[in-house]
Every structure is written in C-alpha cells, then in structure tokens.
Design a protein around this ligand. Structure first.
Ligand code: PEP
Ligand code: MN
Length: 360
C-alpha cells in the first residue's frame, strides 16, 4: 500500500522541520506548574514542539498513569503562551477526541498501541477527515511489518502529516539499553517507505540520561529527521521515567555539541566517494562469484554423499571449519561475531544446495 506523505518539510504545519526537528518535554504532564516551567525554558532555547504524556501506558498498574484530560488545558496554555506546537500520546478514540477538542497539534501512537492492529484501526477511523500530525512509534516487538501496517492504517484514514518514531524494542535479555535500538529496523522502514520522516527517541531506547547524547549522534549519523527527547526541570523528581529525562540545559548542551552531517557530498569530494563505491561494487561482485563457485562445489559434495550414503551434516567438520575461519577472520581484523554470522549463513545455504542434490 502506498503511503501518501506531505512534501518534505511539512510534517508539522507551521514548524520549520529542517533536520533535526527537536521535540522535547517531560515524559508525563504532572502539574500545571511543572508543565509551564519546562515549556518556558524549552521555548527560550528555540524548541518548537513540546511533548508531554497525558495518558501513560504503564507496564504495572500501580505506577503513575497520567493526569488524564485535565492536563490538556495545561498543553493549551503552553501553546498559547509560548507558541510551541504540542504533542501527546493517544491510545484510544476517547483520547483522540479529547486531544483534538483541546487543539493538540501532534498525536503519537505509543509502542504498546502500535502492536495492536485493532486499537490502531479504531484510532485511524476516528481521525478520518482531521488534519493533524500523527507519529507512529515502533511496536514493542521488533517487527517492521507491524510498524508499517500501523502507518498504513493511519495513512488510509487520510492523514498525510505522518511520521514514525523509533523508540527501540523490548527484549527479554538484559542489555545496556532499556529498549534495543535494532537500527536495521528503522533503516528497513526508510527503504520501504522513502520520504517518511523518522524521529529517534533516545530516551526510551536508553532508559538513562547518560546515554542520550551518543544516541542522538547515532541517529544524526544515520540521517534521522528528528529527535524526541524527554526533558524535565527536575528529572530526579519526575513521576515517570525519571532516570532517562534530561534538564533543558542538558538538552541544550547536546544540541550544541551534536555533529550535524550533510546528506550528500559536495562535487569536489563526490569523485572520491564515487570511486570508493565502485571498488566496493566490484568486490561485492567478486564475493558473489566466489559464493557461486563455493555452492557448485557443495553440490558436488552432495552428490558424493548421496552416492556413498552419508549424512549432509557432519558436526565435527563444521565445528573445525568455523574455528579456523574465526581465527583467520580475527587475523584480518574481522570480529568473531561477524565471521560466525557469515559462516552460519554460508553453511545453511550449502546444506540447502546439498539437499537439492540428494533429493534428485
Ligand atoms: C512515552 O513517550 O512517554 C512513552 C510511553 O513511549 P513508548 O510508547 O515509546 O513507551
Ligand atoms: Mn516516557
């Protein structure tokens, strides 16, 4: 399905969306004073889009679940006093109705909601005929199809101010991240829907403020369109996600020290890049030729095994081969994980080829 996207630069009408667009504000709206104080500081820094969660999807029922509709009046005040656009999360039709009634400019669909197509469809249906910006967070599980499906549902409802937020994916294994970024997933999203603005959310990926800066830089390096950073005047006292929120001053420091990247090289350097890319293309052709030859030999081996009635898989040989290749790889500066992955894939393909021969 085709996703109709408003021409570049108009993700949020009235905001100059040149890269990186910064969306900042607290995880949750807690009190009117907390909201207004942080909003004033952010506006003074030049931030144009303010975020605050009004309804909070919390994992456990005893956590703070947001102030609810009452907080929307505070967002209206932020809009009127500072001129910033305001953004909040919606998880059902009632949220959409309340948010639109209070002129919220940007609605985002949270990670837990994106994972549920029924919920996304109901939200999308309630947005028919409405001209509002909608950002779709990735689902909690690392499934690019589910993410695309949610974007398609919103798009099919006629929303053209549409974008995605990459907030990482939950995982059972412990890692340095609160939610593993799996960068290849937003990269695949970009490949599948060219032109779709993608905003990175380093706060929910890292879960800790110490990592926000390096994640912002990673996102810039990967040509993300914007950043959504949870910001609070007293992060330690925050009612939700306290460890990952930064102060406006901390955010200002990050913005000033981020190294921005150009998408294209200027002409003078383009030749060098072009040449290097040609060398890469040539090497890749060689890699594939070698693989073709390797599989031809695998087929001969398959034939031999068939004629002599021996099994395809010979674990000892495979273990030995892998050990040797890892050592050779290490001596060439290739990491163990990389060599292991390549050889698992080669081995799998080789078994496929041998199976084909054995069947005939
Ligand atoms: C949030 O942005 O505060 C939030 C709850 O995000 P997520 O849906 O990514 O968990
Ligand atoms: Mn949060």
């Amino acid at each position: 399905m085709n996703i109709k996207i408003n021409v570049a630069g108009t993700l949020i009408p009235g905001v100059d969306c040149k890269k990186p667009l910064i969306i900042a504000g607290p995880c949750s709206a807690e009190t009117e004073e907390q909201v207004i104080t942080v909003a004033r500081e952010l506006a003074a820094m030049g931030i144009k889009v303010f975020r605050a969660g009004i309804w909070k999807p919390r994992t456990r029922p005893d956590a703070f679940e947001g102030v609810g509709a009452a907080g929307l009046a505070w967002l209206r005040r932020v809009r009127e006093e500072t001129g910033m656009k305001v953004a909040t999360e919606v998880a059902n039709v009632k949220h959409v109705y309340e948010a639109l009634k209070n002129s919220v400019d940007v609605l985002w669909i949270g990670a837990r909601t994106t994972a549920n197509p029924f919920a996304v469809q109901e939200i999308a249906d309630s947005l028919r005929g409405v001209d509002v910006t909608v950002l779709v967070k990735n689902p909690v599980n690392p499934d690019v199809e589910l993410w695309i499906g949610a974007l398609e549902r919103v798009s099919a409802a006629g929303i053209t101010h549409i974008g995605a937020i990459h907030r990482g994916f939950s995982s059972y294994v412990k890692s340095v991240y609160r939610n593993d970024p799996h960068w290849q997933i937003p990269i695949e999203l970009r490949r599948r829907i060219p032109g779709l603005p993608i905003i990175n959310d380093p706060s929910h990926i890292s879960g800790k403020r110490e990592m926000i800066m390096e994640l912002c830089q990673s996102a810039i390096d990967l040509d993300f369109d914007g950043l959504m950073v949870e910001t609070h005047c007293s992060p330690e006292q925050a009612w939700s996600d306290s460890a990952q929120q930064v102060t406006p001053q901390h955010l200002e420091y990050i913005i000033k020290n981020m190294v921005l990247r150009k998408q294209d090289v200027d002409n003078k350097n383009a030749v060098t890049l072009e040449e290097l890319r040609m060398q890469i293309d040539k090497l890749d052709d060689e890699v594939l030729n070698v693989m073709e030859q390797r599989m031809n030999i695998s087929e001969k081996i398959g034939l031999f095994k068939k004629e002599n009635n021996v099994t395809i898989l010979q674990t000892n040989r495979w273990n030995e081969l892998l050990k040797k290749r890892i050592n050779t790889g290490l001596s060439k500066g290739l990491s163990e994980g990389f060599v292991q992955k390549i050889y698992s894939a080669i081995h799998e393909e080789s078994i496929q080829h041998q199976k084909m021969v054995m069947k005939n």
